[in-house]
Design a binder for this molecule. Sequence first.
Ligand code: KE4
Length: 430
Amino acid sequence: MTYTTQTSAQLFERAQQLMPGGVNSPVRAFRAVGGTPLFIDRGEGAYVIDVDGNRYIDYVLSWGPLILGHAHPAVVAAIAAQAARGASFGAPTALENELAELVIAAVPSVELVRFVSSGTEATMSAIRLARAYTQREKIIKFIGCYHGHADNFLVQAGSGVATLGLPDSPGVTAAATSNTLSAPFNDLAAVEALLKANPGQVAAIVVEPVAGNMGLVVPREQFLPGLRKLCDEHGALLVFDEVMTGFRVAYGGAQAHYGVLPDLTCLGKVVGGGLPAAAYGGRHAIMQLVAPAGPMYQAGTLSGNPLAMAAGIVALKALAEPGVYERLSGVTSTLCQGFWKAAFKAGLPFQAAKVGSMWGFFFAEDEVVDFDSAKRADTALFKRFFHGMLERGVYLAPSQFEAAFVSLAHSDEIIAETLQAAQAVFASLR
Ligand code: KE4
């Protein structure tokens, strides 16, 4: 039973008369790959079913949150039970304590945590806090990294900004970005040069420890430790934007996976179990500045709302079970290796990479190490591959500049089915 008898095409036509571009987030509009976006009726484990009744193996997973798979029974039950007790009170609840306990126990550098409702809120708050703590104004970000749509981050950003070719968004004032410095991902020398050119002025270096918004780009071995060292030498805070990597690449996030501890961590996606919740956190000395404990103001009507807390608690408890990340990483490795072998057999230029159950690929001859090399990938070939896979029932991110994900619901059979589709599509691209 679907909620509508209208097709995706009919719904999209109407949606464009109601909402800008017919969507509520740009990357969903299929602008980079062409065609009509799928209107999803429901999700079931590793699958989504569109309003036309087509079933797809889902590797978007709502851009990362659905690590347990869609409509996980325990998550659904927790949300339903809490909904019957009230969705939001604008007052503290025990649920917030419980999720905070789980986050603090899991993420090595976090001693105090503040919940917010989106990754954008988490990163914009973390930067405000870094500026308040250091009493400095400048930040360093990385070209192609995306930290949400707060003004000071919309400078050579990744994700939808890169997809739409919007290096700097209109409406973002020069004043809002005048304190934002950019360096190529994986380029420590460029970062050191920026720090030396702005002595005593850089409040924070903010980084996606595994870049997931220019496609997937892994940090070179010395990159993250090098950023930690530079921050210590120059008195800047290291901010890990783990909105995508948190509870995704490891239970303790990228900081646990790589053994590099930031001063502040931003979380989102998985932490809300599929509902709107995000967070930022760090050691007491810094977080105590956040109102009402301290003077740095940040607030939110639905921050820590009971529904999202209930979903996040169930998700994190399920992820804390032994063997979960080994399973997720193992099936993701099988997937990436299978893609690479099929592309190689078809004689196509292809790079694949994964960290935990976050993975990505480029149609490129050389390894992709930053946004410049990512942009050299063959996006026309990506577009053909995307549609070939969609026709065979596999739903990938509709943009070259996104990462892909795997859930615990992606069984060995589903991975094998995906690889069969990929082999056929790669062969058709020769
Ligand atoms: P949100 O405000 O969209 O919850 O989070 C922003 C954000 C912050 N940091 C990182 C590393 C992120 O990946 C994101 C959001 N990711 C995109 C996908 N690349 C969300 C999808 C979308 O924009 O629709």
